[in-house]
Design a protein around this ligand. Structure first.
Ligand SMILES: C[S@@+](CC[C@H](N)C(=O)[O-])C[C@H]1O[C@@H](n2cnc3c(N)ncnc32)[C@H](O)[C@@H]1O
Length: 629
């Protein structure tokens, strides 16, 4: 029987699994997270969706010199609060293998994306999905700047999947087992649509958000910016030095101050100290860290005047079948108004290609182009240009396509925000590819009157529409094996079974193997922390244990207890890809083992999953950037 697909039917709200739900539920936290309302209530401000002043998050010039734009809150936020609505996280699979030139500063092509990605391990357990993953986190994860002395936000521990689908916060479920042949959208969008950010400490109204890019980041950044980047400890030491200085020499002893600066050997510490003695008193008052970015707390008026509002959009289940998540308006927006402004990371479409190595008869290896990274579906481009753009602003990545052009209510334009570097558009393509900076901005502009709760839809272009139509037509033949995986036990089923019953040694597994897609992983401390090659890992349940592939060799009772000792062969892979095997003993009272999917069983690694970038309308991409046939 032919399968019919109800696409773009606004009256039937459909979940990604194709089930109709009665209506768009604005109270559903996943569909409509009214973070703004909560924040404003905490600030004793009443919440009016249509009042522009109620905007809580702004894109505006950073307080760090030469750091471009930054992210600000215009309302105070208590410590440990959720910031912004959940965002999409997109995993890059094995980027070093597929794009060997991406970190080559001399290659005359972008390595810009590598400045924006996070390691997948602590965030996503991405290593469960692929061999080596990196994660792209829209919103704060890509937009907040790093100032080690003023860190106030962070990515909330782990990425979460979509609870409405797997019923848990588990990050390892073989989703394909839930899907049927009708799910043409299978593998075309990320399942990590629930990336959350939180405040580490209380933020003041008007404060710039700062993330830690990790303890090693300054190494590269200093080379890039040609200056020194003090750590938190440097600022603390600078604070102490200034206090001691004033006690000893008073607050305006120019000669003594210049001498102190001259004799400060550590360049980073020197950078943390104010240049002039006149500023010492002020630096002591606010702290040297704050003093170094003295504009990092702006007034709400300044933000309104100099910034762009970033909380008009929120992610939720799309009204379009098979489209995954969508972006919804948090307030009514009039025709012509800017819904959101977003910086774009510029990429070469070559960099999102996936390859397979094929051995020739003579033993040499050839790389065959076999597909594209999932990230391509989130990029904007023109079929005749090698340039593509990834938007970084919150929730912009959730914006879907209106198959019926008349249903689109938004369009993309080059931004009219004064910080958009419009002069770059005149530059030759080769020059743009050498620029390792962001500076181009898009505006998403309303082409119709939009009501609060409306899904924002763009027209992705005729090419996209045609590709999607032919994708649907070819879907069944490309998914011949999908039925094989239906009704197979999922990881959730497996992990809910009593562990002691389930843990099987290699010998036992030979008789009763695990389903093909499932493997075992064990908590593991990095080799540096291990003593000898055989260790009972005690309380390995550090906050973020790493779970690495393992197999159980044998089991013995733990003397004097009713517990067991499992001996496991554990496989640890270094970031460079070197694999070391360890023999580790685990006490059965510890929650040391879990079942996970094997890498590459997620939908988006399957054959036939849809890949295409979003088409920019004619006139956006200048003719001199159209370098492809
Ligand atoms: C920029 S992403 C939009 C966000 C995405 N829906 C998600 O859940 O993360 C673009 C992808 O969304 C899906 N999509 C967007 N519009 C669609 C439509 N009209 N029909 C089916 N899928 C759509 C496709 O998978 C497309 O490649």
């Amino acid at each position: 029987e032919p399968i019919t697909y109800s696409r773009g039917d606004k009256n039937a709200y459909l979940t990604a699994r194709g089930e109709a739900v009665d209506s768009l539920d604005l109270a559903n936290p996943l569909q409509y997270k009214t973070i703004r309302a909560q924040l404003l209530a905490q600030n004793n401000k009443s919440f009016n969706y249509n009042d522009p002043i109620t905007c809580t998050t702004y894109l505006a010039p950073s307080s760090i010199p030469n750091a471009g734009l930054g992210l600000y809150t215009s309302v105070s936020i208590p410590a440990e609060s959720q910031l912004s609505s959940p965002q999409v996280g997109i995993l890059l699979q094995d980027p070093d293998f597929h794009n060997p030139s991406r970190n080559d500063n001399n290659a005359n092509t972008f390595n810009l994306l590598s400045n924006y990605v996070w390691s997948a391990t602590p965030l996503t357990y991405g290593e469960h999905e692929v061999q080596h993953g990196e994660s792209v986190c829209s919103g704060i994860g890509m937009m907040a700047n790093c100032h080690y002395g003023l860190i106030n936000v962070e990515i909330d521990s782990k990425w979460k999947n979509r609870p409405e689908l797997d019923g848990t916060d588990s990050h390892s479920v073989m989703f394909s087992t839930h899907l049927t042949l009708e799910d043409v959208g299978r593998g075309s969008y990320s399942w990590h649509s629930n990336v959350q950010y939180k405040s580490l400490k209380g933020l003041e109204a008007g404060e710039e958000m700062f993330l830690s890019y990790g303890p090693q980041w300054y190494n590269n950044a200093e080379k890039e910016f040609g200056g020194y980047i003090p750590s938190k400890e440097h600022y603390e030491e600078a604070d102490e030095m200034l206090t001691r200085f004033v006690e000893e020499f008073g607050k305006d002893n120019v000669v003594a101050y210049e001498k102190m600066i001259r004799y400060t050997q550590d360049k980073r510490l020197k950078t943390a100290l104010p240049d002039r003695v006149e500023d010492v008193e002020k630096a002591i008052k606010v702290g040297t860290a704050r003093f170094s970015a003295i504009d990092s707390i702006r007034t709400p008026d300044w933000l309104q005047e100099n910034g762009r509002c970033l909380d008009n959009l929120v992610g939720g289940t799309s009204t379009i079948a098979q489209a995954g998540q969508g972006a919804f308006a948090t307030k009514s927006i009039t025709k012509g108004q800017v819904i959101s402004t977003t910086p774009v990371v510029t990429l070469d479409r070559e960099h999102l290609k996936l390859f397979k190595e094929i051995q020739r008869k003579d033993g040499t290896v050839r790389r065959k182009h076999v597909g594209h990274q999932l990230l391509l579906n989130y990029c904007y481009g023109h079929p005749k240009s090698s340039l593509i753009f990834f938007p970084t602003s919150p929730s912009v990545s959730f914006i879907n396509h209106a198959a019926d052009r008349s249903k689109a209510n938004a369009e993309i334009k080059w931004s009219d925000f004064s910080y958009h570097k419009s002069e770059w558009i005149n530059a030759p393509l080769a020059e743009i590819k050498k620029l390792q900076k962001t500076g181009l901005l898009f505006d998403i502009v309303a082409t119709k009157e939009i009501e609060r709760g409306d899904e924002i839809l763009l027209y992705y272009g005729q090419e996209w529409e045609e590709k999607w139509t032919s994708h649907i037509a070819n879907w069944e033949s490309s998914q011949k094996n999908l039925t094989d995986t239906l009704d197979v036990d999922t990881i959730v089923d497996f992990n809910s079974i009593e562990k002691d019953e389930m843990i099987k040694t290699i010998d036992e597994l030979e008789e009763e193997p695990l389903p093909e897609h499932i493997m075992t992983r064990c908590g593991f401390a990095l080799p540096g922390d291990m003593k000898g090659d055989e260790t009972v890992i005690k309380g390995y349940s550090a906050e973020d244990p790493i779970f690495v592939p393992c197999e159980f060799l044998d089991v013995e009772p733990l003397e004097g207890t009713d517990r067991y000792l499992y001996r496991a062969k554990v496989e640890h892979r270094s970031p460079q890809g070197d694999v070391t095997l360890y023999s580790v003993k685990y006490d059965s009272s510890q929650n040391f083992m879990r079942y996970t999917d094997k890498p590459y069983v997620r939908d988006y690694y399957s054959k036939g999953a849809f890949r295409d970038e979003i088409g920019l309308s004619e006139g956006i991409m200048p003719d001199h950037w159209l370098d492809l046939k």
